[in-house]
Design a binder for this molecule. Structure first.
Ligand code: ZN
Length: 223
């Protein structure tokens, strides 16, 4: 492994955990971020049971794609098997985030997808935020549920039924952004529901918004 890449990813993943706290996505030690080490069959993930204030690049742990500890003084997050399964089965994914953020998890508790009724949802998710199966921790069930739901879906977020949110991204920052956006739109659509039925957006408009956001927005070359 290249020591610099591992060191950089330890810092990136450690720093991004602060975003979960800053955006009110986590309680106590729940929630975790991981990042694939570029070009290696390795990823960096949060240690199990360590408080957010105590997280540093040094406390992060490095695992192989089977979820085995490769480097680190702590044991890896209890969600490591799910992260590892995603990295094994979705080679394009460079970052994974898991939270029990309140509004998104409330939709998961009802087993209900968040409908795409906001342009920001069309941009980021390209449609509804789907629900994945009920799965118990301890084997590959959670990972399988995430991959089965997100493969072939434009959404980078899945609401695992009765559990919480998993998001993916090209890198850990993109996965954290998806987790923040997922909670934000879950909250807005929930609030909208309190006063009536949100209006739908035509599929063609969702497609146009998604295409523009993913392919044009923020990527214009400087003039
Ligand atoms: Zn969880």
């Amino acid at each position: 492994m290249t020591a610099t890449d591992v060191r950089d990813m330890r810092r990136t993943v450690s720093d991004l955990h602060a975003e979960l706290v800053r955006n009110n996505l986590v309680a106590w030690t729940a929630g975790n971020v991981s990042g694939r080490v570029p070009g290696e069959d390795l990823f960096v993930i949060k240690p199990s049971g360590v408080g957010y204030d105590a997280l540093t690049p040094e406390t992060m742990v490095v695992c192989d794609l089977d979820g085995n500890l490769v480097e680190g003084a702590h044991s890896p997050s209890s969600d490591t098997a799910a992260h590892a399964y995603v990295y094994r089965n979705m080679p394009e994914v460079g970052g994974v985030v898991h939270t029990h953020s309140t509004y998104a998890t409330a939709w998961a508790a009802r087993g209900e997808a968040v409908p795409c009724v906001l342009t920001a949802m069309a941009d980021e998710f390209g449609g509804e935020i789907p629900v994945g199966p009920f799965a118990l921790i301890g084997d590959d069930s959670i990972g399988q549920g995430i991959v089965e739901t997100l493969k072939g879906h434009r959404s980078p977020a899945v609401l695992m039924r009765s559990h919480g949110v998993f998001t993916i991204g090209k890198d850990p920052k993109a996965a954290v952004k998806a987790a923040v956006m997922c909670e934000d739109v879950a909250r807005t659509v929930h609030v909208a529901r309190q006063l009536g039925e949100p209006l739908t957006i035509a599929r063609a408009d969702i497609d146009r918004l998604h295409d523009r956001y993913q392919n044009v927005y923020g990527q214009r070359s400087p003039r």
